[in-house]
Design a protein around this ligand. Structure first.
Ligand SMILES: CC(=O)SCCNC(=O)CCNC(=O)[C@H](O)C(C)(C)COP(=O)(O)OP(=O)(O)OC[C@H]1O[C@@H](n2cnc3c(N)ncnc32)[C@H](O)[C@@H]1OP(=O)(O)O
Ligand SMILES: N[C@@H](CCO)C(=O)O
Length: 392
């Protein structure tokens, strides 16, 4: 394996608490060379960071690829701590005897290209040694998959027993199955879409505007401004908008309704409603762990997502998938609706009937309803993949 532990200078600028390369973080780093980009140009000397669980078999036939969402990272399971700004987002799903049983599977979770958790992104050094900032190129989901493919090559993984992801991770999982059908034996896509919709692009628009219009954004070249001088206010507004779309109307009404935040008076007293305080909390947490430029880059990759582009449309692209597939939606997801998941399920030849997880938590249901997510995973892994059937 030509991977190596390296110290990475790129850090999210907000908190400074996270240090890439921290050996206690359990992250590994791979230098995968240059990536040719879908929209033209080359991203040079790309680094991918990732975490693994379990052991790769001598034939490399037991690998699972887990792909995180917009503000997620490689820390699928585990505690928060040095090198890991948040606890695992699917805690409990990986380990001996777990749904992703590490006695059987070798699980790989890369940090996405363009992000801020150790894989090359806008805060990484460009060839001239200075952070890319505004010079970071426009990426597509296909570029991100190309980087993950190079990582798989380096790890000696020719074919994945399963590729799984939710939301933006689901976009990459789907692209993997379309771009490399022979390398994806099973596919599990949650709360995602075959192509970003007008509604999703619309919700994203004020988020991008909020970051770009923050005076501290400086056109994207804010890394030299000093601690706390990044576009944190703009990123916080973006998160408030996004988080509202990640939860359902019913949940917000039932959970918070018109309640004032404890000890505050929102009715002319300068205080907040509880739901405003809740959004403030999520905004603050994100600005302490995430880079605004990465938020822009990744949001744009999601807007660009369309598996049908250059392939004769969505139906033709989905028809290429040979993986045994499970598609799951969240019943109350108003951002990535069950109808969009139904379109994916209907278009993939070897797909089980759409699974709709009944949950009040909206889009974030794919992160909250871990038990249901795990049940579907177990079912899919119990199904023989085409390659296994052919070998019998
Ligand atoms: C695939 C991926 O990896 S995506 C990345 C996953 N992680 C994130 O997105 C991080 C942001 N967090 C979230 O989006 C959500 O918390 C989830 C989806 C991870 C989990 O959802 P839930 O368990 O339902 O948590 P919920 O949204 O209710 O938030 C709970 C937090 O709000 C806080 N909170 C609740 N009410 C209020 C209030 N009135 N005022 C202030 N804070 C409040 C809680 O104290 C708690 O804080 P903590 O997380 O710092 O402990
Ligand atoms: N809470 C998730 C939702 C997006 O899928 C995230 O921030 O990544």
């Amino acid at each position: 394996m030509s991977t190596q532990e390296v110290s990475v200078p790129a850090v999210p600028p907000a908190s400074g608490a996270w240090r890439a390369g921290d050996p206690r973080g359990g992250r590994r780093f791979a230098q995968i060379g240059d990536i040719s980009l879908e929209r033209g140009g080359v991203l040079e000397n790309v680094q991918m960071s990732y975490e693994t669980w379990g052991t790769l078999s001598p034939t490399g036939d037991n690998a699972v690829l887990v792909l995180h969402a917009l503000t997620g990272d490689s820390h699928v399971v585990g505690e928060a701590g040095p090198g890991h700004p948040t606890a695992g987002w699917w805690n409990g799903l990986i380990g001996p005897g777990r749904e992703l049983d590490t006695d059987r599977w070798f699980v790989v979770a890369p940090n996405v290209l363009g992000g801020c958790q150790g894989s090359t992104g806008p805060s990484s050094p460009a060839p001239d040694g200075r952070p890319y900032g505004s010079r970071f190129p426009y990426l597509t989901v296909r570029d991100q998959v190309a980087a993950e493919r190079a990582l798989a090559d380096q790890l000696g993984i020719r074919s994945w027993g399963l590729v799984v992801g939710g939301s933006m991770g689901g976009m990459r999982a789907l692209e993997w199955a379309v771009m490399e059908p022979d390398r994806v034996e099973r596919l599990y896509v949650l709360a995602s879409t075959a192509a970003a919709t007008g509604d999703q692009i619309a919700w994203c628009s004020p988020q991008l505007m909020a970051i770009r219009s923050d005076a501290n954004f400086r056109g994207g070249d804010y890394y030299d401004a000093g601690p706390g001088r990044g576009p944190h206010a703009g990123l916080g507004v973006a998160r408030r908008i996004a988080h509202t779309t990640y939860r359902s109307e019913a949940e917000l009404n039932l959970r918070f309704g018109r309640l004032p935040q404890q000890g505050e008076n929102p009715l002319g007293g300068g205080g907040r409603f509880a739901v405003e305080s809740y959004l403030d909390h999520h905004a603050t947490k994100l600005t302490h762990r995430f880079d605004a430029n990465s938020y822009l880059v990744l949001s744009q990759t999601m807007n660009a997502h369309d598996v049908g582009r250059g392939r004769g449309g969505v139906a033709a692209a989905l028809g290429r998938v040979t993986a045994r597939t499970a598609i799951a939606a969240i019943s109350s997801d108003r951002l990535y609706t069950p109808e969009q998941s139904a379109e994916i399920a209907a278009g993939i030849p070897d797909c089980a009937p759409l699974r709709v997880i009944d949950s009040p938590y909206g889009h974030d249901g794919f992160l909250v309803e871990i038990e249901r997510v795990g049940e579907i995973l177990t079912e899919l892994l119990g199904e023989p993949a085409q390659a296994e059937l052919a070998a019998r």
